[in-house]
Design a protein around this ligand. Structure first.
Ligand SMILES: NC(=O)c1ccc[n+]([C@@H]2O[C@H](COP(=O)([O-])OP(=O)(O)OC[C@H]3O[C@@H](n4cnc5c(N)ncnc54)[C@H](OP(=O)(O)O)[C@@H]3O)[C@@H](O)[C@H]2O)c1
Length: 248
């Protein structure tokens, strides 16, 4: 079956976003690779463009917390591909610290990349897709429900994204479905570094909390995201890909 849908993937210059972008490009989707860091964005674009028709790919730099830059990104994808069908929101950062050491800047930058970024990208996506069926994948974390040490800024943003997902699912139904991916312990460099998973002790500690006794792999995420965008009777739902570490 030919695939003609257009996907915008934010945070596609690293980690999960880069892998999901490659997965959908290989499946024939037209993909906008969004990035903040030029060198990382270019490297992912080149890697994927070497495997598919580069005419079906584009890249765009934007700070997801900036309205003008986000709007320009959606203008660009509609100019180039004629429409946008799906939005997947992987962009985000961690700035961990104990609560009493969090600065205003650490709070604002994390809220901006995650919660405001979701708000702006979702709203501009709908403005640029005014009448076609569509799907949005938001991205949260289990700590948005249960909290964790040293992440009051991050967990608050992720909790906000879980609530935002349900609000948008109600307001945008039935035309646009909105579902939330909740990854955990998936083997990205960011997670390896933050939890010292490249040390014997760090890895043992993490595996001890995972009923599945292994870290998540990119294919685990690709499989669920693919299901999320095509699950036509599902909206406002959370999809956990976390080896059973947190069960809702
Ligand atoms: N991996 C896991 O197990 C796990 C667990 C829970 C939640 N998550 C969530 O899943 C998402 C992806 O995680 P990851 O591990 O793949 O992260 P990652 O490797 O650190 O990638 C983050 C991406 O976000 C982009 N980004 C950061 N701040 C931005 C901003 N202000 N504007 C635009 N882009 C920005 C980065 O762009 P540049 O590289 O171009 O700067 C990068 O492409 C995040 O929301 C994360 O919280 C992941």
């Amino acid at each position: 079956m030919s695939e003609d849908r257009v996907i915008v993937i934010t945070g596609a210059s690293n980690g999960l976003g880069a892998e999901v972008a490659e997965h959908f490009a290989l499946k024939g989707f037209r993909v906008l690779i969004h990035y903040l860091n030029e060198a990382r964005g270019q490297a992912v674009f080149d890697r994927i463009a070497a495997q598919v028709d580069p005419g079906r790919l584009m890249k765009h730099q934007a700070d997801v917390g900036n309205r003008e830059q986000v709007r320009a990104m959606f203008d660009a994808v509609v100019d180039r591909f004629g429409r946008v069908d799906i939005l997947i929101n992987f962009a985000g950062i961690n700035r961990d610290a104990p609560f009493l050491e969090l600065t205003d800047e650490m709070w604002d930058s994390v809220q901006s990349a995650h919660l405001k970024g979701h708000f702006l990208c979702c709203q501009e996506y709908v403005f640029h897709n005014p009448d076609r069926p569509g799907a949005i994948v938001t991205v949260a974390a289990a700590c948005g429900q249960i909290g964790r040490l040293n992440g009051a800024n991050f967990c608050s943003a992720k909790g906000g994204i879980l609530a935002l997902t349900k609000c948008l699912a109600r307001e945008l139904a039935p035309r646009i479905r909105v579902n939330c991916l909740v990854p955990g312990s998936v083997r990205t460099q960011e997670v390896i570094d933050r939890y010292a998973l490249d040390t014997k002790e760090g890895l043992a500690r993490e595996l001890g909390s995972l009923p599945m006794s292994r870290l998540g792999e990119f294919e685990d995420v690709n499989r669920i995201v693919e299901c999320m965008i095509d699950a036509e009777f599902t909206t406002g739902a959370s999809f956990y890909v976390n080896g059973g570490q947190y069960m809702n």
